[in-house]
Write a protein that binds this ligand. Structure first.
Ligand SMILES: Cc1ncc(COP(=O)(O)O)c(C=O)c1O
Length: 396
């Protein structure tokens, strides 16, 4: 058995395994699908419903999940260093769950300007309809004291941020939240719990799109919310129940399976991304490379302090004078990088960052298109050759 002194890689192999029955067990937790939960007697029905009512993690209906979901929650708990984890049908629904569970009409939330785009474009308008106000802040300026209101309840960050990988000084934000009685929630999708644990740096809640590295194979949509605060966990669970956020048992199984190889995949993605980032720095068509493991990245010092590594994402801004058409020609010339919006699977991807999403980032200073790459598990020399060929074809 493992305890908290055991390395995460070891704990990840031992959490959420199938239990022994009659002295034997499969390694993997089976896919347990159900809508109805059957009870052996009315006494069992009443006992288990009372336990659930009292906050115990007992399923009395399929929507609450099965042994497969509990096993995945245990793995998420290991990854995030959390006592409580809840699953959601996508990363976006996990984020919405947190906002809806923690905020009420009249409340105010502080949101980092460089968060995942749909938070600004979809979730904030939803909050506004319910009378919840939001103010955006640039995380590189530190905790946004100037934007505090008497009604501020929550600070929401994503570190490193979408597209440009701006690292947030989470301990400073944690201290700010404690000083003003606020809750601090962090999107931890970039790190998947392996590279960084927001709950250990002052956040109350950590959120992941397990769609990405935990799934790891671009075949599921899923999210997770983790916390060490039991009262918060119960609040989240009530809203989770009200929203009916059920996750299919097959998807929970796939995420569980992905989690077993998460550490080795992530390390390989990171090696490939760093090799690509270093190559991009030598390209004359490139003005700037965004990757926190590069020593000259503005977030490098914070990243070294608070992170155990980087992932497979790297972005670059074209040199001044390159137009969006040049960026389109470049990504169209790539052969090994597919064009697609997600990341975290085994495949390499390229995406022209939407200008509307970059413009709102206080961190963004370039005047040229930006391309985000996800380094997949192909041989990195082949990936670099593909990039070099596309630059030669379209940028000379
Ligand atoms: C940082 C981040 N958070 C959340 C999400 C949303 O996850 P999902 O696509 O599973 O809804 C994404 C998806 O791209 C993301 O990049």
């Amino acid at each position: 058995m493992t305890d908290e002194r055991t390395a995460l890689a070891t704990r990840l192999m031992h959490a959420g395994l199938a239990g022994f029955e009659n002295g034997a067990a499969p390694v993997n937790m089976p896919v347990v699908r159900t809508s109805t939960v059957r009870f052996a007697s009315s006494a069992d029905y009443e006992r288990l419903h009372k336990q659930r009512h009292d906050g115990e993690d007992v399923a009395t209906y399929g929507r609450h999940g099965t042994a497969t979901h509990r096993a995945l929650e245990a793995v998420i708990g290991e990854l995030e260093g959390a006592a409580h984890a809840l699953l959601a049908p996508s990363g976006a629904s996990a984020i919405t769950l947190v906002f809806l569970a923690l905020l009420s009409p009249g409340d105010h939330v502080l949101i980092q300007d460089s968060v995942y785009g749909p938070v600004r474009e979809r979730i904030e308008p939803l909050l506004a309809r319910f009378g919840i106000a939001a103010t955006y802040f640039a995380a590189q300026d530190g905790p946004p004291r100037h934007a505090l209101r008497a009604t501020t309840r929550l600070v929401y960050v994503e570190s490193p941020s979408s597209f440009l990988y701006e690292v947030v000084d989470l301990p400073a934000f944690g201290a700010f939240a404690r000083e003003h009685g606020l809750l601090l929630a962090a999107d931890n999708t970039y790190s998947a719990g392996v590279l960084h644990r927001p709950l250990e740096h002052g956040a109350h809640i950590s959120i992941q799109a397990t769609t990405k590295y935990i799934g790891g194979h671009s075949d599921i949509m899923q999210g997770a919310v983790a916390t060490n605060d039991r009262a918060l966990a119960l609040r989240l669970r009530d809203t989770h129940d009200a929203l009916g956020l059920a996750v299919g048992a097959d998807d929970a199984y796939l995420a569980l399976r992905g989690a077993r190889t998460l550490g080795v995949r992530l390390a390989q993605h990171a090696r490939h991304a760093l090799a690509i980032a270093e190559y991009l720095q030598t390209e004359s068509a490139v003005a700037r490379v965004y990757h926190p493991a590069l020593p000259d990245d503005p977030s490098h010092a914070l990243w070294r302090r608070d992170f155990q590594g980087a992932n497979g994402l790297v972005s670059f801004a074209f040199a001044r004078g390159k137009t969006p058409d040049a960026a389109r020609a470049f990504v169209d010339a790539l052969r090994l990088f597919a064009q697609g919006a997600s990341w975290g699977g085994f495949e390499s991807l390229a995406l022209i960052a939407p200008a509307s999403r970059l413009r709102v980032h206080g961190y963004f200073t370039e005047d040229a298109p930006v391309v985000r790459l996800h380094a997949g598990l192909e041989d990195p020399a082949d990936l670099i050759d593909d990039l070099r060929r596309a630059f030669r074809l379209t940028c000379t």
